[in-house]
Design a protein around this ligand. Structure first.
Ligand code: PMP
Length: 440
């Protein structure tokens, strides 16, 4: 394996020329952190236009679940494309029905499920919000601080992982109340169990300001993603389930980032054995093809009348073919790899943390791992600048990373990443931490 990732200062000459063209014609709103200009990828490796090799531990924001250009996914896409590119959700075809069947089989509802197909996570969340309003006749919702659910005006109403996401767009969909997400590392409430405290807080809201009979749904990420890769305490999701059942409220799990094998289980909620009424998927579902799904218990989805919700591209044959191949690959072994290689990764990170007091906490499941960086004080002050510096240094060393939360480096490599690639990335990470701490 070529261990010499980077052969020139970055960005290289071809990348620089393309960055200049991009700056003239592409929206500056994309939150881009460093200038990686892609040429191609295979598995966990990607190359830039100047021929530099990188290990991709960001995987297109947890999207490239089967790695870059997996031959089985590429063949499925090519096969579907050679038949027809599009027919619209007004008609029927094999790839769409096959995806519905696969999702019904793997969905963690504990009862029959149906899927509404779309193109992205935000649209899957919009569909979930609309279904919940439609069948409950209620208009209020509970969301969580630090949550990320998309950037359209309905899903944006729930999104609160950074204030810049809402700033400038004024009032979003009304009726959403945010409550704290239980974070044992940064407790907001007294007591040992932040999950129990948050459940009590919601009960207090129900008694004083938010009549539960008007609440359509609670929307929650089983593991919070953009908000910092926060794993809730055991018992929290089960507590939400019980609260919802008590008041006839629907429980929606947003598994856009944590689903499709990412955490070493098909869905993150399965770590705690809690079933949602509705689940949203996107990202890793299509290995990179734009696809989202809102999966709901059949007895709920079946209440939608014809024409209640729809779209042009839902069930696009190429996107569905990619999703079908992805599910087959993830079920066929990659989910197991995410669990075992993820455990190896976590233990290597724990070893690393012994040498770096700035690593405040390591958390996550499978291949959804966060490394929260803190200042050298007793208050666990988020080390924001250090986090940015580690991500930037890692890029220059040949490792693609992204951050989340205030100062958490997140690791979300493809689900078929190897132990050797993890070990190689660990070396690059150590170098990057050393350089960032030295202010290089
Ligand atoms: N939900 C979650 C949990 C997410 O992480 C994201 C994207 N980061 C979304 C929804 C929105 O997905 P998309 O960007 O595909 O609209």
């Amino acid at each position: 394996m070529d261990m010499n990732h980077i052969r020139m200062p970055l960005p290289g000459p071809k990348a620089q020329a393309m960055l200049a063209r991009d700056a003239e014609v592409i929206s500056p709103s994309y939150p881009r952190d460093y200038p990686f200009v892609m040429s191609h990828g295979r598995g966990t490796q990607v190359w830039d236009v100047d021929g530099n090799r990188f290990l991709d531990f960001a995987a297109g924001i947890a999207v490239c679940s089967t790695g870059h250009a997996h031959p089985q996914v590429v063949a499925a896409v090519q096969g579907a494309a050679s038949q027809f590119l599009h027919i619209s959700s007004d008609y029927w075809h094999e790839e769409m029905i096959g995806l519905g069947e696969r999702l019904a089989r793997i969905a963690p509802m504990g009862e029959p499920a149906m899927s509404f197909l779309c193109q992205s996570g935000t649209e899957a969340v919009e569909a979930a919000i609309k279904l919940a309003r439609y069948i409950t006749g209620r208009s209020r919702f509970i969301g969580f601080l630090g949550g990320f659910h998309g950037r359209t005006m309905g899903s944006l109403a729930f999104t609160s992982s950074k204030y810049t996401q809402q700033k400038g767009f004024f009032a979003t969909m009304p009726g959403v109340v945010h409550v704290p997400y239980p974070n044992p590392y940064r407790p907001l409430f007294a007591g040992d169990d932040q999950g129990v405290a948050v459940l009590d807080y919601i009960r207090m809201l129900f008694e004083r300001s938010v009549p539960p009979s008007e609440v359509a749904a609670i929307l929650v990420e089983p593991i919070q993603g953009e908000g910092g890769y926060v794993v809730p305490p055991d018992g929290f999701l089960a507590g939400l389930r019980a609260l919802c059942d008590e008041h006839g409220i629907l429980l929606i799990f947003d598994e856009v980032q944590s689903g499709t094998g990412r955490t070493g289980r098909m869905f993150a909620s399965q770590h705690w054995g809690v079933s949602p009424d509705i689940m949203t998927l996107a990202k890793g579902l299509g290995s990179g093809l734009p696809i989202g799904a809102m999966v709901a218990k059949k007895r709920l989805m079946a209440q939608w009348k014809r024409g209640a919700h729809g779209n042009t591209y839902g069930g696009n044959p190429i996107a569905c073919a990619a999703a079908n191949a992805t599910i087959d690959l993830v079920e066929g072994g990659m989910v197991g790899n995410a669990a075992t290689v993820g455990a190896h990764f976590m233990s290597a990170l724990n070893d690393l943390a012994r040498d770096y007091p700035c690593i405040g906490q390591l958390r996550g499941k499978g291949l959804m791992i966060g490394m929260e960086l803190i200042e050298a004080d007793a208050a666990r002050t988020p080390a924001r600048a250090l986090c940015d510096a580690v991500v930037t240094r890692a890029f220059h060393n040949g490792l693609l990373l992204l951050s989340c939360g205030a100062s958490t480096v997140r690791f979300m490599p493809p689900l078929n990443v190897t132990r050797e690639e993890i070990d190689e990335a660990m070396g690059l990470l150590r170098t990057s931490l050393d350089q960032a701490l030295a202010g290089a």
